[in-house]
Design a protein around this ligand. Structure first.
Ligand SMILES: Nc1ncnc2c1ncn2[C@@H]1O[C@H](C[S@+](CC[C@H]([NH3+])C(=O)[O-])CC(=O)[O-])[C@@H](O)[C@H]1O
Length: 325
């Protein structure tokens, strides 16, 4: 991937939209990305992207799995080589993907999350959407399939940006773009019809500031779709783990649904609703050949799976929707 090409594709995509106002700001924010990635990782990932097969006329097929269809253009030898190239981008956490007939069985069945969220979305057709904390970009492709017209993901984890480009480099005209930045770096745009934030709130040290940052990206009448870890309890219940939570180091606040509703209302969201609650199962998050290290089953108390190994309630996730006036 040429280091400038993803930027120019993004800049071209915002010409003649309201985001064009922020081109100079984006140029500053995005300028240092390559310099911020350790050189050995950057060189390796860029080299590996260039090692993926050169095939024309690739088709994107989106179902539960996000697939690149190369019409059987790869030989058995190409497939073996491509598997070893793709394995350089491990751990593959969010998916599933299929790369030209190679199934990338990711740690998470992110399609299950999408199925929980989908019935509660405003119609995405023709909409401008932002996915905050988009990971590998799996859900960006689902949003494209739901016919959103302009789709932007933001996520500061460089590995996930490169995973996304394993796919995106074959789809240059797709109006789906990935900015390798945290939400806090985005200019206040008040632009998007739908802002998704799935699996990020608990990673933020200041959740109220984070909710404001999400609100700052929504246009009037826009919809927030917030998915996060919650705990049981009343409006005064919030868990701050003493240390790790389910072995994750960077977990800060797990509110009850009622507390989260108050947070959203205090920040100025309207029509706040909890539309789904789900306990994460060991079938939804598990080790696979594409993410070989520990996963949810190792993070739960083996004698009482309703607890994490630290003794906290096991992961339970809620989806909330809200709007801005
Ligand atoms: N400040 C930040 N701004 C934006 N993204 C961030 C920030 N901090 C961390 N992230 C990103 O948020 C994502 C969270 S994963 C959810 C993926 C997908 N949404 C999913 O719902 O499957 C869930 C998990 O790791 O628990 C990671 O990709 C981080 O890099």
């Amino acid at each position: 991937m040429q280091s400038m090409s993803w930027r120019s594709a993004f800049y071209n995509s915002i010409v003649n939209t309201k985001l064009e106002l922020y081109i100079a700001e984006f140029a500053i924010i995005l300028k240092d990305f390559e310099a911020s990635v350790p050189a050995k990782d950057l060189n390796r990932w860029q080299r590996q992207l260039g090692q993926l097969p050169k095939v024309e006329n690739i088709e994107l097929i989106v179902g539960d799995s996000v697939s690149l269809n190369a019409n059987n253009a790869l030989t058995a030898g190409d497939i073996a080589k491509t598997i070893s190239v793709l394995k350089n981008f491990m751990p593959w956490r969010k998916g599933p993907f299929n790369f030209m007939s190679i199934n990338i069985d990711t740690e998470w069945r992110s399609d299950w999350k999408w199925n929980r969220v989908l019935p509660h979305l405003q119609n995405l057709a023709g909409k401008k959407v932002l996915d905050v904390g988009c990971g590998s970009g799996y859900h960006l492709f689902r949003m494209h399939d739901a016919q959103a017209s302009q789709i932007i993901g933001v996520d500061p984890t460089a590995l996930f940006f490169f995973q996304f480009h394993c796919f995106k480099q074959y789809l240059p005209s797709l109006n789906v773009h990935y900015l390798p930045i945290g939400i806090e770096a985005m200019p206040t745009t008040n632009y998007f019809d739908t802002v998704f934030s799935m699996g990020v709130l608990y990673h933020r040290q200041d959740p109220i500031k984070f909710l404001r940052e999400l609100k700052d990206q929504l246009c009037s009448g826009g919809q927030l779709v917030l998915e996060t870890l919650v705990i049981d309890g009343d409006e005064n219940t919030v868990l701050m783990p003493k240390g790790r939570y389910a072995q994750m180091r960077n977990v800060w606040f797990l509110p009850s649904v009622d507390a989260l509703i108050i947070w959203l209302q205090r920040v100025g969201f309207k029509n706040v609703k909890c539309v789904d609650i789900d306990c994460t199962s060991i079938e939804e998050q598990r080790a696979t050949p594409w993410m070989e290290t520990h996963s949810l089953i190792d993070f739960l108390d083996s004698e009482n799976m309703t607890k994490t190994i630290e003794g906290y309630p096991a992961p339970k996730r809620a989806v909330l929707t809200a709007s801005v006036s």
